[in-house]
Ligand binder design. Structure first.
Ligand code: HEC
Ligand code: HEC
Ligand code: HEC
Ligand code: HEC
Ligand code: HEC
Length: 237
């Protein structure tokens, strides 16, 4: 009884015990309160590192204008701009899947079996066609793995390739046109209207609305019940 009373008051005995405790644990007692903090710091630090590593060492270059040299000097300006080919002739999955497929050599050989059959520029295409090994195209657009993107949703909502990739039909070499950062995604998710067009025009790079794009967009949005989400789990799952 008397002992208990002594414990609770600031008597020399308490001070003595505190000193003993401090000696035993080496660190001053107040550092006990750091326990929960250091746990948070440790987890936060690991996450921070993980993000840094993914961002820093991810084999991509997020800069606008990124335009790697490709193994074959394939030109969109020639095939789309001049010959008038539709994107979906080659990027066949763009309306149905998350990824827009890159064509195999077979697709190129539909024409190049008879066009420019001796061209040195097309040598890797003929080799790939013969061996079945894919042409080592270098990725231009490449989000970090922690961000989820889906082409089909956008294309079917009436968002054109042009909104995100620019005038590909004028490019000799594909280059990145937009930042592809989170704030860029969100900007459109908050106000998609100016980017909406009739679905059948999504691959028409030169299409222009004959009215205010925001007015047309608002109408299309209403008609197709389009409502892009800004929840974190939409893009980080
Ligand atoms: C004749 C086939 C063909 C057609 C038609 C075609 N493309 Fe491509 N596209 C390719 C090939 C091959 C690549 C990979 C090489 C490169 O990046 O140039 C590619 C790459 C791309 C890329 C870059 C992919 C990456 O690595 O990030 C985009 C964007 C793209 N195409 C958009 C389009 C759009 C938009 C259209 C229609 C306006 C279109 N393409 C029409 C064959 C085609
Ligand atoms: C629909 C037919 C068609 C398809 C499919 C096609 N091309 Fe072509 N391509 C052409 C034509 C036509 C030319 C020649 C244009 C000219 O010389 O005026 C050409 C030219 C080229 C050239 C320039 C050759 C040179 O020596 O100047 C390259 C490189 C090329 N194509 C790559 C590709 C690749 C890679 C693919 C597949 C992703 C592909 N093409 C698919 C029709 C096609
Ligand atoms: C809303 C923006 C947006 C639209 C619209 C869009 N793309 Fe993309 N595209 C992207 C992003 C973002 C990537 C990178 C995806 C990744 O790294 O996961 C990409 C990547 C690609 C690639 C490389 C392969 C892949 O899927 O990663 C091709 C090819 C491509 N797009 C073609 C097209 C074509 C063709 C159209 C129109 C029919 C189109 N895109 C419409 C944003 C868009
Ligand atoms: C130019 C406009 C635009 C841009 C840029 C854009 N989006 Fe979208 N996004 C849309 C529209 C429109 C929809 C369709 C919403 C609907 O149908 O209700 C959509 C839908 C989505 C969905 C599907 C949501 C679901 O309900 O399944 C995902 C995921 C998505 N966007 C991710 C992204 C990411 C990641 C980026 C950036 C790399 C991006 N978007 C950039 C307009 C855009
Ligand atoms: C419309 C799609 C979209 C939505 C919604 C979204 N993000 Fe992102 N987020 C992205 C993209 C795209 C990136 C960048 C990926 C890259 O750099 O390749 C990103 C990057 C990030 C990063 C990495 C650091 C940075 O800024 O680059 C964090 C953290 C993050 N998002 C958290 C969130 C949180 C929290 C939410 C909800 C409030 C959210 N995101 C909602 C698309 C989205």
């Amino acid at each position: 009884m008397a002992d208990e009373h002594v414990k609770d008051s600031g008597t020399p005995e308490t001070a003595e015990r505190e000193k003993r405790d401090n000696d035993r644990f080496i660190f001053p007692r107040w550092t006990n309160y750091l326990g929960p903090f250091s746990a948070v710091m440790a987890v936060g630090g690991i996450l921070y590192l993980a993000v840094l590593i993914t961002a820093g060492f991810h084999p991509r270059n997020s800069a606008i204008g990124y335009s790697p040299q490709q193994p074959v000097p394939y030109s969109h300006a020639l095939h789309v701009g001049e010959l008038g080919m539709d994107c979906r002739y080659c990027h066949t999955t763009v309306e149905h899947a998350a990824k827009a497929s890159i064509p195999t050599a077979e697709v190129c050989m539909n024409c190049h079996k008879s066009v420019h059959t001796e061209s040195v520029k097309l040598l890797p295409v003929r080799e790939s066609f013969a061996s079945g090994k894919t042409i080592p195209w270098i990725r231009v657009h490449d989000l970090a793995d922690y961000a989820y993107f889906d082409h089909s949703v956008h294309v079917n909502a009436g968002v054109s390739c042009v909104s995100c990739h620019g005038r590909v039909d004028r490019m000799e070499v594909v280059s990145q046109q937009e930042k592809l950062t989170m704030s860029w995604c969100l900007e459109c998710h908050r106000n998609p209207d100016p980017h909406l067009r009739p679905r059948e025009e999504v691959t028409n790079m030169a299409w222009m609305p004959d009215e205010d794009p925001a007015v047309l967009g608002a109408r299309l949005r209403e008609a197709h019940d389009i409502n892009p989400s800004t929840d974190c789990t939409t893009c980080h799952r």
